[in-house]
Design a protein around this ligand. Structure first.
Ligand code: ADP
Ligand code: ASP
Ligand code: MG
Length: 498
């Protein structure tokens, strides 16, 4: 992450900086989505004052979506900031924060929408500019409220503290020089100050606004955590940590108390929305623990994401990505030919389309891509090379855990369970990391499939509604080797809580 020549300087910054800010705490959209939740978030910050928190905030929930919609409407000639303004005011009123705090931002937003309506197109630069106002407003609102209750809070735009990225406006990557720049800005802050920093947004070297991708405030927290040499990066959200599945789908999902960096990265990459996929690797580099905590239940222990987990479960969690497209590319040219795959992936690179999973046969390659990508141009170019078929309305499911590789029978149990429920699985693959099995199902089946798999692998065998499917692999007479996943700890000595 650091260039070699600056490593010493960076480490020096860490040592000094640790004295000032020990913890970077990020509060997500729902954690700042109402008067009450902002009060809760600031109560948490205030109660940890001695840990010198640096706070990273998301936009007030739903604001980013509203900004994107406003940009689209502006491209069609309709400019309105009413809904966005009303959403901010609704939260501000209960906090006693005056409208004047966001007046300049609202004016600039109006101007940005005006520019979009002139070009009749949401150019990427203008997209980034428009969505930036979500975090720019929330940081000011929250800092003003916090000052009102006696904390020495100051709002900062991350880019004014040194966060600089490449010019990928929708999903930018941080430039290495950011770390030292951020470290020195933060060193210059008064000891008792609590910076309230915008998540998600940054600027490129030309001073244009960029974004780190949807959900990217987690990534901001990680970047600031590294730069500050934080002892811990805390992701405060609306659930009590990383859970065995998305609790919005599986009501019995439970918190995993400790996961390894690898497992967390894999879960995030394969869709566990609770963490942005880029959050983990910066923290791995500096071995800084990441904690996922619940703003609404601050005493819950949450999840610690650490370098090494002493007592691994066989399986850790189920992640899913809704709405992916499967692209199947077939050509007899593939057979025994070299260079074909290179040609193929050059086309993906040309269209800047990221492939999530790949499976190949003798004459075909299947890939999954996120629905956020516009694949029309890609399909035209692929069509010049091979026969192309697209299956839309698919979702990918991944089962992650360090035991995936060593434990026989897991694949059999997954597909046996799905087969018994007449759910077809396509594109079955085992990630190169060997800690996950992924496959694709029709989106209409994804919730049923996840519930079924959660019951199979994570729920108590003796619970009254467990056992919809057999938990033993076909043909096995004995207990399934992952059966310890089913049981809650019988005694702490044998079953260390995670
Ligand atoms: P924030 O606004 O705090 O960033 P997000 O909505 O981005 O919050 O992420 C939290 C949500 O992630 C939860 O409400 C939950 O529905 C979803 N989620 C998906 N998979 C998981 C998982 N394995 N564990 C916990 N939450 C998950
Ligand atoms: N506000 C941004 C989004 O909604 C970033 C974030 O919340 O992390 O995607
Ligand atoms: Mg998030």
């Amino acid at each position: 992450m650091f260039r070699k020549e600056s490593a010493y300087e960076a480490d020096f910054c860490f040592r000094i900086f640790i004295i000032m800010n020990c913890v970077v705490a990020k509060f997500g959209g729902t954690s700042v989505g109402s008067t009450e939740s902002i009060k809760k978030a600031i109560e948490i910050v205030g109660s940890r004052y001695e840990k010198h928190p640096a706070v990273v905030v998301s936009a007030i929930s739903r604001t980013t979506d509203m900004l994107i919609e406003a940009a689209r409407n502006a491209a069609n000639g309709a400019i309105s900031i009413d809904a966005i303004k009303a959403r901010q005011l609704e939260v501000m009123q209960g906090l006693g924060v005056q409208q004047s705090v966001i007046e300049d931002d609202l004016q600039e937003l109006q101007d940005a929408l005006q520019s979009i309506s002139l070009v009749r197109k949401v150019l990427p630069e203008l997209y980034a500019l428009v969505v930036s106002f979500g975090e720019r407003m929330s940081s000011k609102i929250i800092a003003t409220y916090a000052r009102g209750i006696g904390l020495h809070a100051v709002a900062y735009n991350s880019y004014n503290l040194g966060l600089i990225t490449d010019s990928d406006y929708e999903e930018a990557s941080v430039l290495p020089e950011s770390y030292n720049r951020i470290a020195s800005s933060m060193r210059a802050m008064p000891q008792n100050e609590i910076p309230i920093i915008t998540g998600f947004i940054a600027k490129d070297a030309n001073g244009s606004l960029t974004t780190l991708g949807r959900g990217g405030s987690d990534y901001t927290a990680s970047i600031f955590g590294i730069a500050a040499g934080a002892l811990e990066i805390q992701i405060w959200t609306d659930v009590s940590g990383v859970m065995t599945a998305d609790p919005k789908i599986v009501s019995d999902a439970r918190t995993i108390h400790e996961v390894s960096f690898n497992e967390a990265a894999e879960l995030a990459y394969f869709g566990a929305k609770v963490l942005h996929p880029k959050t983990i690797y910066p923290a791995v580099e500096k071995n800084i623990p990441v904690k996922v905590l619940n703003t609404f239940r601050p005493n819950d222990s949450g999840t610690a994401i650490v370098h090494e987990v002493k007592n691994h479960e066989v399986l850790t969690a189920i992640a899913h990505k809704p709405d992916v497209s499967v692209i199947i590319i077939s050509s007899p040219r593939m057979l025994f030919a070299y260079g074909f795959l290179e040609e193929l992936f050059d086309i993906f690179a040309k269209h800047k389309i990221v492939v999530d999973t790949i499976s190949t046969s003798e004459v075909s390659v299947s890939v999954t891509v996120d629905k956020k990508f516009d694949i029309e141009g890609l399909l035209v170019d692929l069509g010049k090379l091979a026969k192309v078929e697209v299956n839309k309305d698919r979702s990918s499911i991944s089962i992650v855990g360090h035991g995936v590789k060593q434990t026989p029978g897991i694949a059999g149990a997954i597909f046996g369970a799905l087969g018994a429920a007449s759910i077809n699985a396509e594109m079955i693959s085992m990630g190169a990391s060997e800690i996950n099995i992924s496959f694709v199902v029709e989106s209409s089946n994804v919730q049923t499939a996840i519930k079924l798999l959660h019951k199979t692998f994570f729920e108590l065998k003796d619970s009254p509604d467990a056992g919809i499917v057999s938990d033993a692999p076909a043909g096995s007479g004995s207990a399934a080797p992952w059966s310890r996943c089913h049981r809650r700890p019988a005694s702490p000595a044998r079953w260390p809580a995670r």
